[in-house]
Design a protein around this ligand. Sequence first.
Ligand SMILES: O=S(=O)([O-])[S-]
Length: 146
Amino acid sequence: DQCDNGADNCDKWTKTSNSQPLNTDGVVTYEQLKLMMSTGSVQLVDVREPDELEAGFIPGASNIPLGEVEPALRLSPDQFRERYGVTKPHREDSDFVLYCTRGIRSLTALETARSLGYTRARHYAGGFNEWLQREDLRAERVEHET
Ligand SMILES: O=S(=O)([O-])[S-]
């Protein structure tokens, strides 16, 4: 079973994965994402089209457009790295996070990922829209403080 590989947080995840609707254990909030980014534990994938990323994206994200998510996750790890320049997520990874503009496409991508065995994958439902708003607010607050 999934716990055989000794993943740290195995218990927490095996109890909820597959048995809960995606909107409870499948969602990452802005705060959770920031925390994951600050600890270096996130494999972030932007599922928007490449031209949408020209206006910006979340730092560290790789781009796999929605229509490529399924074939991408079927690539071998070597092929995946060659194509996308990053390590292919492992099926048991809980730090595999998808996002788009406002959570619609990333939910579809998440369902695709889960159907391919990525049972702990999640999506940042607020998407790039919320990200920009929250980051702007943070910047303003920092300005006021200084
Ligand atoms: O990017 S979106 O599908 O949420 S509009």
